[in-house]
Ligand binder design. Sequence first.
Ligand code: 5HC
Ligand code: ZN
Length: 161
Amino acid sequence: MAETTKREDYISWDEYFMGVAMLSGMRSKDPNTQVGACIVSSEHKILSMGYNGFPTGCSDDEFPWTREGDDNKYFYTTHSELNAILNYRGGSLEGATMYVTLFPCNECAKAIIQAGIKELIYADDKYEHTMSVIASKRMLKSAGVKFKRYEYTGRRIEMTL
Ligand SMILES: Nc1nc(=O)n([C@H]2C[C@H](O)[C@@H](COP(=O)(O)O)O2)cc1CO
Ligand SMILES: [Zn+2]
């Protein structure tokens, strides 16, 4: 007999959008840190996604992935948050929420604020003691962008791809 009541173990909105951000980060070629972002409207619709990588046309096999030396990845990588903002071609992101797997740096904070994103949900904050993240939080607070840490539920999802 078919069930007549709805299933109860469906994923929450937060699990859904952070899950999408995590999946997006899995596209990153960065050998050290993979970051994913997902931008969502106030109607719970996904507007855009991004992950960290080199700009279009800049080959992952030719540009450097090293963290050190005169020529290193920091000159070339676009952060997941900026990519998610720039990937959106549909108009305004005013009032949207961003889910991101790592707390945004100061440069991405500027873009987030200027794009009109009003809420930020982040999973990791491993660079919280750097000036970049301290400055980022200072700007986000001044601009009235709310930020809160994603609360892991412990749900594990297995997929065969
Ligand atoms: N919020 C962030 N979003 C990002 O997309 N990134 C990217 C830039 C680099 O590709 C990588 C950080 O490399 P590493 O310094 O941990 O080896 O993650 C970094 C941060 C940190 O602020
Ligand atoms: Zn950034």
